[in-house]
Design a protein around this ligand. Sequence first.
Ligand SMILES: NC(=O)c1ccc[n+]([C@@H]2O[C@H](COP(=O)([O-])OP(=O)(O)OC[C@H]3O[C@@H](n4cnc5c(N)ncnc54)[C@H](OP(=O)(O)O)[C@@H]3O)[C@@H](O)[C@H]2O)c1
Length: 234
Amino acid sequence: MKTALITGAAGGIGNALAERLVKDYQLLLVVRNNRQAKSINLETSKISVCDLSNIAELKILISWIKKQTDTLDLLVNVAGVANYLNLNEITNDIWQESMAVNITAPFILIRDLLPIMSIDSLVLNIGSGAGSIPMRGRSAYCASKFALRGLTLSLAEEFKDQYPSFCLITLGSTITNFGPLSAEEKQVEADSGKAYFPVEWVADKLVQIIADKNRDTEIVLYPGEHGFGEWKKP
Ligand SMILES: NC(=O)c1ccc[n+]([C@@H]2O[C@H](COP(=O)([O-])OP(=O)(O)OC[C@H]3O[C@@H](n4cnc5c(N)ncnc54)[C@H](OP(=O)(O)O)[C@@H]3O)[C@@H](O)[C@H]2O)c1
């Protein structure tokens, strides 16, 4: 059986993806705390608790992964933080957290897990429209997701004709608890026409993309382009 690592596995997208991959993969799931670990109900999966903003904890996580498996077929960097703030509200700590979780942790996981990536392995990074479109009040988040886009697309060039493959999902708004609005509040907005993907749609799409050997390096998914409401730039 193939092995997959998913970060952010207790979150909306990470959990929905894990539920779909569990029948085909030995899953190694990364969550932030014990409460989240207990919330996961996927019997065959193995769970590690790690604060991805902490380099020492990341190092322990990487040792744990290498103890669980000799080969990794799929690495999905899903975990992310949404620090949606104006410039004068962004403290050094908030800036550091945005960069640590959204770009540094994916970078370290890719670099340090490279020796165990299998010949047809895939690194799937969950980016955002905020990695391509500048947005007011989201500069720290945009900067981190622009960086993730640059990292992923550059590594795709560097590893052309080698492995792993790299794919960036440039994703639009999705109904999860990510950011200041709860999933319930987003559902209310979606019901009145605002553009949001249902999380199940996104997870199903990710499964299709993982299975597609001819996938593009960047896949842009905006809800308004798939029949889910109307989008206005924040
Ligand atoms: N939902 C959207 O509209 C949307 C749109 C575009 C892109 N995305 C991207 O999709 C990804 C998944 O987001 P989601 O919608 O599934 O939101 P979510 O439900 O909030 O999931 C994000 C997960 O990342 C975890 N995380 C955050 N900081 C962490 C840390 N320091 N250590 C370990 N885990 C940490 C969160 O844990 P906590 O709950 O403890 O913080 C949460 O489980 C993110 O990368 C996001 O940028 C989302």
